[in-house]
Design a protein around this ligand. Structure first.
Ligand code: PAF
Length: 287
């Protein structure tokens, strides 16, 4: 596996791959890899990408001033080994100055869908995500790029951006990978104390309960939001950030009746210093 830190070296490597007719599958990450990332790498392989490239870059632009950029978990040696085992052909690990050299002044903003959910709680977050992913797409020019549905709003933002800016990439999405007790895997789960870890599956349980209510015929967004809020508030160690019901993939807030179509039930909650997010997508039939 090649490990590259410079844009120019990565471009040389990818030019050689393309000259051999290889299709590039790209898995962008912030490292501290877990089974969710490995599933994306496996997808890239089984989808027929003949060259799998992963990147590890903890992107300072997508962290707010009081967020965990400095504390974000990092373990490059372990990540390299996991990538090797997952059959990654090349790993791009640029330093911050390579991505944002002195004088960097160009940003990508996706309007509308970034103003709800995590975009509301974390101002500027999706400007950072869209900017770094646009840069990575330009550098790599992947045929396919892989993202996990745990970050559903991120998926919607990247799909919108790729379409709006005509990136010739197919964005592929993997379902949320969960621990046995339902907790969505996330690099930030490492922040949880043993007690918080025990409590955290309440997020998915609450989402499932709301999903079951939809299956039983509940269509009132207000009642669904109340169910979500009550589920989290019943857990003493959790602090609710948001509970929302939005249309998918355009993320319009639904305040009255849900459906017909795909609807995203989304939760964010703090457990100590860990801010965890999760969601489920439900299909609402025409009545
Ligand atoms: O999901 C992530 O790990 C990051 O937001 C991403 C897409 C790699 C951009 O920094």
């Amino acid at each position: 596996m090649e490990v590259l830190g410079k844009v120019a070296d990565l471009r040389d490597f990818l030019a050689k791959m393309r000259a051999q007719g290889k299709r590039i599958g790209f898995v962008p990450t912030m490292g501290f890899l877990h089974v969710g990332h490995l599933a994306l790498m496996r997808d890239a392989r089984s989808d027929g990408a003949d060259c799998v490239l992963a990147s590890i870059f903890v992107n300072p632009l997508q962290f707010g001033p009081r967020e965990d950029y400095r504390d974000y978990p990092r373990d490059l040696d372990r990540d390299k080994e996991l990538c090797r085992q997952a059959g990654v052909d090349a790993l791009f690990v640029p330093p911050v100055e390579e991505m944002y050299p002195q004088g960097f002044a160009t940003y990508v903003e996706v309007a509308g869908i970034t103003e709800v959910l995590c975009g509301r709680s974390r101002p500027g977050h999706f400007k950072g995500v869209a900017t770094v992913v646009a840069k990575l797409f330009n550098i790599v020019r992947p045929d396919y790029a892989y993202f996990g549905l745990k970050d559903a709003q991120q998926v919607a933002v990247i799909q919108r951006m790729a379409q709006d800016l005509n990136f010739p990439v197919e964005v592929r999405v993997h379902p949320t990978v969960r621990e046995k007790d339902g907790l969505a895997v996330s690099s930030r789960n490492v922040y949880l104390s043993p007690e918080e870890r025990k409590a955290a599956p309440v997020i998915y349980r609450t989402l499932e309960r709301a999903g079951e209510a939809v299956e039983r015929g509940e269509r009132d967004a207000g009642r669904l939001i109340k169910l979500l809020e009550e589920g989290i508030r019943a857990e003493r160690s959790a602090r609710l950030d948001y509970a929302e019901v939005v249309s998918w993939p355009d993320l319009s807030i639904i305040t009255k009746k849900i459906g017909p179509g795909r609807v995203l039930l989304a939760l964010a909650a703090y457990f100590g210093k860990a801010r965890l997010i999760d969601n489920i997508l439900v299909d609402v039939e025409v009545e």
